[in-house]
Ligand binder design. Structure first.
Ligand code: ASP
Length: 280
């Protein structure tokens, strides 16, 4: 069993040691708790559980504490992919729910599995997800000050390999911050989140770059075709560099390889497989 998670990018890491330590502690606690959960649950259940915990932590840009779009509203995106069944589900630009990833869970066994905006919200409400305001005072202050938040990347993601050898991946985001209303993130696409029988990948970074380079699905395809996870990830990031792309990824392969890579320092991540590792 293996588990790796990320909390997006942390570009102010040098400026703010306190937040860096808080993120290290939060990721360490969540990955450790997630691994305990993985002992009795499937990879897909674990990814949903772990991303739900990350969404609930306002240190990260997903769920509570999400970035605000340029019209002052928070629209969140999340997805889940079960490598065993090949099913992908997600919500794009959903508003006012506490855990977008749990709405994605509800969609996983449906015929229509990716919903956006109003339709996603209606589906959530019909399935018992109540009203929730994800805006925290700090985000509101940043928004009011019209601070360019593009530096504050902090999407969340999780990849798990369970005891049966199945892989899943989940990713959740509040987006880039100050983007055009209804701009679509990579996080609920196969570029930002993908799993099959061979590998699972969750990405963070500039969604447009991640989509242009098809990062997650490309890494998984390369692993399916015989590349090691490290080779597949490095080759994909080399291609990302050709378009001057900004991204990070966490990944696990069915052979138990756990790998993470970022085009620009510093993605914040943690992994657990009996031993805890956390970003330095
Ligand atoms: N990938 C996310 C997006 O472009 C942002 C992030 O990862 O920080 O919406």
């Amino acid at each position: 069993m293996k588990l790796i998670i990320h909390g997006g990018f942390f570009t102010e890491s040098h400026a703010n040691l306190e937040t860096k330590i808080a993120k290290q502690q939060a990721l360490s606690a969540i990955v450790t708790k997630g691994y305990e959960y993985l002992k009795a649950h499937t990879a897909v259940e674990t990814c949903a559980y772990v991303v739900g915990l990350l969404e609930g932590n306002q240190l990260f840009n997903a769920g509570l504490g999400s970035q605000i779009q340029s019209d002052g509203r928070v629209r969140m995106s999340a997805s889940l992919m079960d490598g065993a069944s090949g099913r992908f589900s997600g919500v794009i630009n959903i508003e006012n729910v506490e855990n977008p990833v749990l709405v994605a869970v509800k969609l996983l066994d449906k015929e229509d599995r990716v919903l956006s905006g109003e339709g996603a919200l209606r589906f959530a409400r019909n399935n018992g997800f109540g009203y929730y305001d994800p805006i925290i005072p700090q985000r509101q202050e940043e928004f009011d000050a019209k601070r360019n938040q593009q530096e504050n990347k902090g999407t969340v993601g999780c990849v798990a390999l369970d005891a049966d050898g199945n892989i899943a991946a989940a990713t959740s985001t509040g987006g880039k911050g100050f983007e055009m209303p209804c701009r679509v993130s990579d996080s609920a696409t196969i570029a930002g989140n993908f799993a099959n029988r061979f590998a699972g990948i969750s990405c963070t970074g500039v969604g447009e770059d991640i989509v242009s380079a098809g990062v997650a699905v490309k890494i998984a395809t390369r692993v399916s075709d015989g590349f090691s996870l490290k080779e597949a990830t490095e080759k994909t990031f080399k291609e990302l560099k050709e378009i001057d792309g900004f991204a990070g990824a966490v990944a696990i392969s069915s052979t138990g390889e756990v790998y993470h890579l970022d085009s620009h320092p510093h993605m914040v991540w943690a992994s657990f497989d009996g031993t805890l590792q956390v970003f330095p």
